[in-house]
Design a protein around this ligand. Sequence first.
Ligand code: PHE
Length: 441
Amino acid sequence: MTANADRGTWSSKMGFILAGAGSAIGLGNIWRFPMITGQYGGAAFVMVYLGSVFLLSLAVLIAELSLGRATQRNPVGMYNALAPGTAWKLFGVLGVLTGWGISSFYSVVAGWTFGYIFKTAAGAFNNLGPDEIASAFTNFISNPVASIGLHAVFMCLTMLILFGGVKEGIERWSKILMPLLFFILIFLVVRSVTLDGAEKGLSFYLLPQWDHLSLRGVAAAIGQAFFSLSIGMGTMITYGSYLSKKENLISSARWVAVLDTSVALLAGLAIMPAIFAFGLDPQIGAGLIFVVLPNVFNEIFLGNLFGTGFFILLAIAAITSLISIVEVPAAYFIDELKMSRKKAVTISGGGAFLAGIPAALNGNFLDWMNIIFGQYSLIIGSLGVSLFVGWKWGTAKVAAELRAGNPNFKSDKTYAFFIRFFAPVCITLLLIFVVAFPGLF
Ligand code: PHE
């Protein structure tokens, strides 16, 4: 049923896991997770996050991969193929729009990491104290030429990789670079937890204080789990559409979730102790890692070299995620509007670049885009996927898709419970609460 020769497939299970993990692991883990963990009170938030990854998100991730592989389509095409002529496709349309929404601000933050490669290499933060490092960040992002320019460079790189298509482009890059990031993070964790005064950060991060958790925090934790696993906007539907029938979807999904969560937890462990050790504020927001990490690098032998390596890898992690976001509108254009890959990627990436300009100029706007598209849109999209699989496409069909590539799959009932009841009920209740009590912390 392949609609267009410009689609493609992964070369192996390993290829998919790395590409899937490449999509999942990115700024979401290293920039966004520590930032909102800081904002929503630490360990209790982390617990809800973990529950939401393994109880809710994993079920949705498996659903997205199944839908993608069953139909070999982008999100809109998938809904059209399985429920022609119905309003379900609106969830697909929301996914394509969310692709633009997220890629717009994502590329701006990725541009910052790019800028920090050069700043760190040049020793721009050497001998600066925590406050000076913080104002260096503010000055850096308030320069419109730099932020728009770096955003442009980053988006162009992403488009260049996407021109290469699925195997040569996305897969090859993810394979080489993801493992390296893991090692550098472990090293950072070791340095961070051994800083003087790290204990306060460790207890903030590891000892839950439930009274610090709000409903809004729960929504943020669930939204973060979706963001981090790249679900709720059709990325994993699209990536699943490039999977072969031989693959075991459940074990692939589990691998992606475990790798992604480990990186997020490590990133938190690298950042939280350092925040407190340097007397910084965990609620700082979007600048958190850019303000905290240069202090840690200053405390490390050959810190500039190390810091430069870190920002290079972070930029790469960001690119392997950004390609998966920009790919969603592109796949829609290729499948539904029969465009060439080149044209589709140009429109998808170009559109995201333009949409990102306001976020590059204004931090508040960036925060709003992050909440609207990075949290609420993904929550609504995941609700759509679970309702669709649980109640429309049907749990028998999803089980049959899961059995292709895994003939021994027998957990039909358990999976049906999660995707039909648990996920939709939890997400709906949460949405009702946050709409009913706006601004509650
Ligand atoms: N999961 C990616 C990250 O953590 C971001 C992403 C969100 C990718 C939504 C695809 C879809 O950086």
